[in-house]
Design a protein around this ligand. Structure first.
Ligand SMILES: C[S@@+](CC[C@H](N)C(=O)[O-])C[C@H]1O[C@@H](n2cnc3c(N)ncnc32)[C@H](O)[C@@H]1O
Length: 306
């Protein structure tokens, strides 16, 4: 068992425990309400809690698992991708690098991550070693990586936040990067049932955007499948789970007991962050019958259908 020392300066609205250290707001630093003392800045460091996109707010509160189906669905995706020693892996949008650790645990021949946020990319780079592992700052829709340079591509909780055009561009880029027969895994948010009315889809999108402070445009399972098929993939694995990202038992399952307590403590100490997280959970609960997490693993087909 590890002894953890946490120094609490003032348990007010501005304190956050990150890992084993407590960070406290420095009132003198304009524009930042959550001042950190880490050598590696956290994504969203420059934003106030009320403006921060939901995923970075959760990360600042100590949450490490930021995808809708939690750790369990990630494990399902990694297993279905069957990553092994001969694989060249590309991860889109690794965030804080939690899934990267799982993929690296399978000792692939190479691992390349493409992350838009430079602070997140720096955090991921810290867990990588050797010349066959790297994290580049860039966008998944135009990675600049060579054609057919991967046998496995995956991305989690990153497609749902894109416009329809960007979704297609990212899936097309995965297809370009893969060798024939290569595997592509996605773990995202979906709307259910497939025949959900357009007005209901719009209402969910708007409520999600208001709570998360980031555009979120989940598709139905049939629409996600159509997207992958249109860009040249044969969908082979399809798993679904309820959207329970902010339910207490799922937080314990995903973050472990210490991580869940750290998250709860940070929530208690920060009124604005607490308000935001409860608002997000309220939307997830409101639409519990119309939203779910899912995993698809598809295989690259030789030709993109016209
Ligand atoms: C909700 S977080 C998910 C992070 C991680 N995949 C996970 O599941 O924990 C979304 C991530 O996608 C990244 N991102 C969003 N759009 C991107 C794009 N077009 N290209 C690369 N990264 C992107 C963000 O910077 C952020 O790290």
């Amino acid at each position: 068992m590890q002894l953890i020392t946490v120094k609490i300066e003032k348990p007010d609205d501005t304190n956050f425990i990150r890992g084993q250290t407590l960070w406290r707001h420095d009132d003198g630093d304009e524009g930042r309400d959550l001042m950190t003392r880490s050598q590696t800045p956290m994504p969203g460091d420059e934003l106030k809690a009320e403006k921060m996109p939901g995923h970075w707010l959760l990360a600042r509160l100590g949450k490490r698992v930021l995808r809708p189906g939690g750790r369990q669905m990630t494990v399902q995706m990694i297993e279905a991708l069957n990553i092994g020693a001969s694989d060249a892996v590309i991860e889109f949008a690794p965030g804080l690098g939690e899934t990267a650790r799982l993929a690296l645990g399978r000792e692939p021949a190479s691992y390349t991550a493409v992350e838009r946020d430079k602070d997140a990319a720096a955090m991921v780079q810290e867990i990588l070693s050797g010349s066959a592992q790297r994290c580049v700052v860039g966008v998944a829709e135009e990675t600049g990586l060579p054609d057919a340079s991967a046998t496995v591509v995956y991305g989690e909780a990153m497609l749902s936040m894109q416009t329809p055009q960007q979704k297609s561009r990212i899936v097309r880029e995965a297809h370009r990067l893969l060798r024939p027969g290569g595997r592509y895994g996605i773990h995202e948010l979906c709307l259910i049932p497939d025949d959900l009315a357009d007005s209901a889809k719009l209402e969910i999108q708007n409520d999600l955007a208001n709570a998360i402070h980031h555009g979120t445009r989940p598709l139905t399972i049939a629409e996600w499948q159509g997207l992958l098929v249109a860009e040249g993939f044969l969908v082979q694995t399809n798993a679904q789970a309820p959207m329970h990202l902010l339910e207490p038992w799922r937080i314990i399952q995903d973050e472990g007991m210490f991580g869940a307590l750290r998250f709860a403590f940070n929530l208690l100490c920060n009124r604005e962050a607490r308000r935001r997280v409860l608002a997000m959970r309220q939307v997830f609960r409101k639409y519990r019958d119309n939203m779910a997490a899912f995993v698809f693993v598809g295989q690259k087909k030789e030709k993109v259908p016209q």
